[in-house]
Structure formats: C-alpha cells, structure tokens
Design a protein around this ligand. Structure first.
Ligand code: NIG
Ligand code: FE
Length: 414
C-alpha cells in the first residue's frame, strides 16, 4: 500500500488532541481545524498533517498524491446505531403511516419488528450478507467509516445467531471497524406474547451463552419501552449480559419516558439511544454518569415523533452522539450527512456540535475513539474529502445532498 498525501485542503477538520476521547456537552462546540492544510497517511494510519506553509521536505520517496483543490477533509462519520441486517423492506408500512397509522398501531396490525422477524426466518445467511453489504457500501460512499450493527430481527436462537454471524462476516469483509450488539430483546416473539418470563429465560439461558461462546457480540441491547421490555425486564437482561462481558447500549425513551435511561445508567451503559422523550430526571441522571446520549433525528423525521431535546442534554454537559438508526421500519436511511443536517435543523445543534456528535462522540459510543473519530497521529486514516466549500456550516446547510467527493479508508482511496 503506497502512502497517500492529500494537499491543498481548504480546512482539515477535527484535529482534536489525541487524548480527548469524548466531548461532553458544552465542549462539543469546539472543533479544531487547520486551514490550507495537508495530511499524510501511511500503513493505513494518519502519520502527519499540518499547514501547507510547512509541508515537510522529507516526504516518502514514492506516494500517491491527491490535491483537494480547497475541498474540506473530515474524519469519517462514526455511525454508532444501526440495524442494517434485514431480509426485506417495509414500504407497505410507509404507506400505512401516510394514511395516519401510528408506529404502535402498525405493530399491532402485524407490522413492525415482528414483520421483519418473520421475513428474516427463511432468509439465508448468504442473502442477508449480500443485502447488508450493499447497504454498508452505500453508507461508506456517504462518508461512514465505522459502524455498529444490531441483531434483533431474529428473535429465535437460530435466527439471532444467523444475524450475528452475518455481522461477523461484514466485519471480516469490510475495511471499517464494525461493532455488534445483541438485541434479542427487541420485542416479544408471537410464541411468547403471553409468556414474557419464558422469552427472557430463553435469552438468558440459551442465547447469551451461545453468543458469548462464539464471541459474536460486543454489546447488549434491549428495547426498553411501554409494550416492549419493562424496566424490570431490562434490568434482568442487562445484568445477565454483564456476566458475559457485554456492556449495554440500549434503546430508551423512544416513545415515552420509560425508565430506560436510569436502568441503562445503573448498568454503566456505554450509550442510551433515542431519548425522543425526556424529563428533568433523565437529564439529571445522565449528567451524573459517563453514559453517552445517542440521538437519532432521522428516526424522528421519518416516524413523525418528537425530536430529542438535545440542548437540555448539552447544557447539562452530557456527551451527545448522532447516529442513523438505519432499519427497515423506523428509519430506512443510513445517510449520516442528512443526520448531521437534521441535528442542526431540528435538534438545534451548531454545525461544530453536530459534526463532533457524528464523529468523535459516535466513535466513543462504540469505544473506538482511540482509533478513529478525529484527525490525530496514529489514528486510522478513515476520512472523506468534500468539494470546495465556503465554510464549515455549508456541509449541514446543504441538507439532503452529499458534498463528498472522495472517501479514504485505511489510507487508500475507496
Ligand atoms: O430503533 N425501536 C426499536 N427498534 C428500531 C425500529 C425497529 C423496526 O421498526 O423495525 C428503532 O427505531
Ligand atoms: Fe434502533
């Protein structure tokens, strides 16, 4: 692999000191950058960067050179919450939503997560891998350079393992860091509709040992929500996950203030995700913890549910991350450029805050900030080059479009 030198960068964005692994609340307004810059990548890592005025004389003897022509360079998006392994799209539900049905009504009518679970049962591992690969390649072209992927459309031992094995194959096939979350507790399968204890026992006694034995997951996820998993059930599941070394990253407060944030924090969750519903207790609980609040504004947009109160979280110095939630039901999009724009437009994040939330804090929400999420010597050379832009704010301002011209993964043009 030949070294890569990028020159004439309008602005090299996200040059945080390497020891900063997460930005809390008001710190998120700081996004260091070098104008008129260069960056050198060798052996897949960032090995140098600086101002064009100080381009070093001792460059490697041979290297690939790319002139950014005034385009900006950003660290790749770190998308810390997705469900991209699924068997089929659900546009029939999209039409039901247009006709006025709510997310809960669609679930009761046989749609929702169970719909995806039924479709996934009969799908082969190879097909699931192929379709998820297409989604992941599309996301990479849109600037994503690290991703978390959840199970949760299996809901049986075999199908949950099938999903997690697909995620493992994605990890092996793609050049970007991939983390896996075990989400058998996504909803109760039909057979256990009236036997919640039985399904929880199945997860704890049969699924978790297998998942851990094969090393298939990094995190434990639960959909803690009215009509899904209660706080007590979540508590039990997170405790069981911890015994197998799986820290929580959970779905909390999507449809109501469910107690999910508190039970997540109790178990030292890496992140609590969604938070479309919050109150003062939620903010106060998070402000006393190290748990990251991961917000998913494209889910709010698509479902027509409230947007999270990001400003109250930031004012309380809570670290906020932004992620796509790409899934067939509530967010059929993995476009992090749109997520960042929505972060600004609907969550009232400043461009600097939204970009930090989608890069360094997203990396932290996957425990990856030592290797990615910012421009620092020794970090992975995962980045993207934009068209020339008039300012940083142009990126989220030009919503619904991508300014990305080139993607670099491990120091190579993708
Ligand atoms: O994050 N809320 C739970 N899970 C997904 C949606 C799942 C689905 O509808 O398929 C979410 O929005
Ligand atoms: Fe989700």
């Amino acid at each position: 692999m030949s070294p890569l030198l990028i020159t004439d960068i309008g602005s090299l964005v996200g040059t945080h000191p390497k020891n900063i692994s997460v930005l809390k609340g008001r710190e998120m307004n700081t996004l260091p950058a070098i104008n008129n810059a260069w960056i050198l990548c060798e052996g897949g890592l960032i090995t140098g960067f600086g101002s064009m005025d100080n381009l070093p004389a001792d460059l490697p003897t041979s290297f690939t050179s790319v002139c950014a022509n005034g385009g900006y360079v950003f660290p790749s998006w770190c998308d810390s919450h997705t469900h991209i392994v699924f068997a089929a799209s659900r546009e029939e539900e999209f039409v039901m939503k247009i006709q006025g049905k709510s997310y809960e009504e669609i679930a009761v009518a046989g749609g929702g997560i169970l719909n995806s679970a039924n479709k996934l049962q009969s799908e082969s591992e190879d097909h699931l891998f192929e379709s998820a690969s297409i989604r992941l390649s599309d996301m990479i072209k849109l600037g994503t350079g690290a991703v978390e992927i959840k199970s949760g459309y299996g809901l049986t031992l075999d199908s949950e393992l099938k999903m997690l094995r697909v995620i493992r194959s994605l990890k092996e096939a793609f050049k970007i860091p991939v983390k896996a979350s075990f989400l058998a507790a996504h909803t109760f399968p039909e057979d256990y509709k009236n036997d919640h204890k039985g399904y929880i026992k199945l997860i704890i006694d049969q699924m978790l040992p297998k998942v851990a034995d094969e090393g298939l997951a990094d995190y434990m996820d639960v959909f803690c929500e009215k009509g899904f998993f209660s706080v007590e059930e979540t508590d039990k599941l997170l405790e069981a996950g911890a015994k197998y070394g799986l820290p929580p990253k959970i779905h909390a407060n999507q449809l109501s203030v469910s107690g999910g944030v508190q039970v997540g924090v109790k178990h030292n969750a890496i992140s609590v995700d969604h938070l479309e519903a919050t109150d003062e207790d939620v903010v106060s609980c998070l402000s006393k913890s190290n748990t990251i609040a991961t917000l998913l504004p494209s889910c709010s947009l698509y479902l027509g549910i409230p947007f999270a109160n990001a400003r109250s979280l930031i004012n309380a110095d809570i670290p906020v991350a932004l992620a796509s939630d790409f899934n067939p039901g509530s967010t059929p999009s993995g476009n992090m450029n749109l997520v960042v724009s929505l972060g600004c437009i609907k969550l009232k994040l400043l461009p600097e805050e939204a970009i930090n939330a989608a890069t360094l804090n997203g990396a932290a929400a996957m425990q990856l900030s030592d290797i990615t999420g910012s421009i620092a010597i020794g970090k992975k050379a995962n980045l993207f080059i934009t068209r020339p832009m008039s300012s940083l704010a142009y990126l989220p301002y030009s919503f619904g479009q991508s300014q990305i011209e080139k993607v670099v993964l491990n120091g190579e043009l993708y």
